[in-house]
Design a protein around this ligand. Structure first.
Ligand SMILES: Cc1cc2nc3c(=O)[nH]c(=O)nc-3n(C[C@H](O)[C@H](O)[C@H](O)COP(=O)(O)OP(=O)(O)OC[C@H]3O[C@@H](n4cnc5c(N)ncnc54)[C@H](O)[C@@H]3O)c2cc1C
Length: 488
């Protein structure tokens, strides 16, 4: 959509004309979660949740219509992450230019029971919400559970309410899968009680914006637990791995995106999929690195919105959990969390648990927490500045961000990488649908490989000559030592 230079200031543009038509909808469902909303959610042909506006409801209530836009995390209407977080945490937390406000920062894992074993990382995500419930601080947890897929509802996962610690534990593990909030928000509205909600950064931002508009939600949602986020995937991500295990799209029953492999570093985890293969229910697992498309840097099946997000660590959440992707923690295959605490009540809960030996946590500086997500921050700071510049060059509407558009800070090679990443993510959606319609996974690989090759070449060229020579010498010496080059 073409814009004039002041279009970003034009509040009269509807959500439909900007966020939805521009492809910036992350499918969170906040707009559809408003009472009598004209916005509804659907899974589109690429396996992504997207909002659409029901034309029959559009002129019903102009106040609702503007509300719809103000709760969208990618519209320009609501407050940004800094403004929301400043109101919530500004008085009692320090500010860091990458991880935002923080009261305390740690790395570690849960020592008690089997939280760590059942979690994706150190198990703190489930432990925190389980303790909010068992300590009587909330009556229910809104988080992502398995869903039994049916013809009407193909989803493997969806937001659900847990009211017992047993149920909470069943909702552990990361789901790199499209989920949306509108259904579960109706539960909060109709069922009085105190709730905690778990979500990726843009979802938590949307919840905060909703809480500003909706007194019931504001009084009932007591805690927001954030997940560090690289980007969100469409449901094709699970299908891509499953297909390589012989389970075709539409035949999946359950999926574990983070199966711990006990003899491998924490970041070399596996996947496990159960589904129908030749009429039989089968379970297949594989180290993820052996499967095509495992590289998150390629950004397969990424929502476009994720390339226009500047929040890596859920800056508006009361507490945030992520993976400690730092060398000193990778060797422990059981997984280690990074933890950012912003809410004093949660801080007390954690301090008590440390004293009682229920969790094993050490302080990690805010800088180190940011270092654990280097690629995420590079992509959402320097990379985002360039993507914004590109969008502005095209004179297209795009969300207003805290990062400013810029093109002078990147080398030609770095710029090309950004352009290629955008192209790869976009192409992956179409290519996988082509593979589905021809019934051949190889179609997907054939369509993606030329782009991937060019993208990888950009990294090859990045290393200076001396580094490449040093790498070659090192490899030669290693082979010579192990006797494998004797025939040379
Ligand atoms: C889409 C996505 C991208 C991520 N990207 C990164 C990243 O780049 N870097 C990083 O360090 N960490 C990332 N994470 C977080 C990481 O995968 C772990 O979830 C986190 O480290 C917590 O692990 P845990 O063992 O403490 O949690 P667990 O004990 O496994 O608990 C996880 C909790 O999160 C809930 N949950 C799972 N999936 C979702 C979802 N899609 N939306 C909302 N709630 C959900 C579960 O229901 C459960 O309550 C990402 C998570 C998701 C969902």
């Amino acid at each position: 959509m073409a814009i004039t230079s002041d279009t970003h200031k034009n509040d009269s543009l509807s959500l439909h004309e900007t966020v939805i038509n521009g492809g910036f909808c992350v499918g969170c469902g906040a707009c559809a979660g408003i009472n009598n909303s004209p916005a509804k959610m659907h899974l589109n042909q690429y396996g992504q949740f997207q909002a659409y506006i029901d034309e029959t409801l559009i002129n019903q209530d102009s106040a609702t219509h503007s509300l719809v836009k103000s709760v969208c995390p990618f519209s320009d209407e609501g407050l940004n992450e800094d403004q929301i977080a400043q109101e919530l945490f500004g008085r009692h937390c320090e500010y860091h230019n990458k991880i935002g406000y923080h009261l305390a920062t740690y790395a570690g894992f849960v020592s008690e029971r089997d939280f760590r074993k059942r979690g994706s990382s150190g198990g703190l995500g489930t432990w925190i919400v389980s303790n909010l419930l068992s300590e009587g601080l909330v009556d229910g947890i809104l988080h992502v559970h398995q869903n039994h897929p049916s013809n009407d509802d193909p989803r493997l996962f969806k937001y659900q309410l847990s009211t017992t610690t047993n149920q909470v534990q069943k909702g552990s593990k990361s789901r790199y899968y499209p989920i949306e909030l509108s259904e579960v928000l109706q539960i909060v509205r109709t069922r009085p009680g105190r709730y905690a909600i778990v979500g990726i950064p843009c979802f938590i931002k949307a919840i905060r914006l909703l809480m500003k508009q909706d007194a019931i939600l504001a009084s009932r949602i007591k805690f927001c637990v954030g997940l560090v986020c690289g980007h969100l995937k469409s449901l094709r991500f699970a299908e891509m791995f499953a297909w390589q295990c012989g389970i075709e799209p539409g035949q999946l029953v359950t999926f574990d995106f983070r199966k711990k492999l006990l003899d491998s570093p924490a970041n070399k985890y596996g996947i496990e999929v159960t589904g129908m293969k030749n009429g039989h229910l089968v379970t297949c697992s594989s180290p993820v690195r052996k499967l095509y498309g495992h590289n998150w840097g390629w950004g397969f099946f990424k929502y476009k919105a994720c390339d226009y997000c500047d929040d890596v660590v859920a800056e508006t959440a009361d507490v945030v959990v992520g993976d400690a992707w730092l060398p000193q923690y990778l060797q422990d295959s059981q997984g280690t969390n990074v933890l950012i605490v912003r809410h004093p009540t949660i801080h007390n809960l954690i301090k008590q648990a440390i004293d009682l030996g229920k969790v094993s946590l050490s302080h990690l500086s805010a800088d180190e927490i940011a270092n654990s997500q280097t690629s995420g921050f590079n992509h959402r700071r320097e990379g985002l500045a360039y993507r914004l510049y590109l969008a502005d060059q095209q004179r297209e509407w795009r969300p207003r961000k805290r990062v400013q558009p810029d093109s002078n800070h990147l080398s030609q090679n770095q710029k090309k990488r950004q352009i290629k990443r955008l192209a790869i993510a976009e192409k992956s959606h179409f290519a996988f649908n082509d593979a589905i319609s021809t019934g051949k996974f190889s179609v997907f690989v054939q369509q993606m490989n030329p782009l991937i090759q060019k993208y990888q070449e950009l990294y090859g060229r990045r290393q200076p000559l001396w580094k490449r020579i040093a790498r070659g010498v090192k490899r030669y010496l290693h082979l010579a030592k192990s006797g494998k080059n004797s025939h040379h």
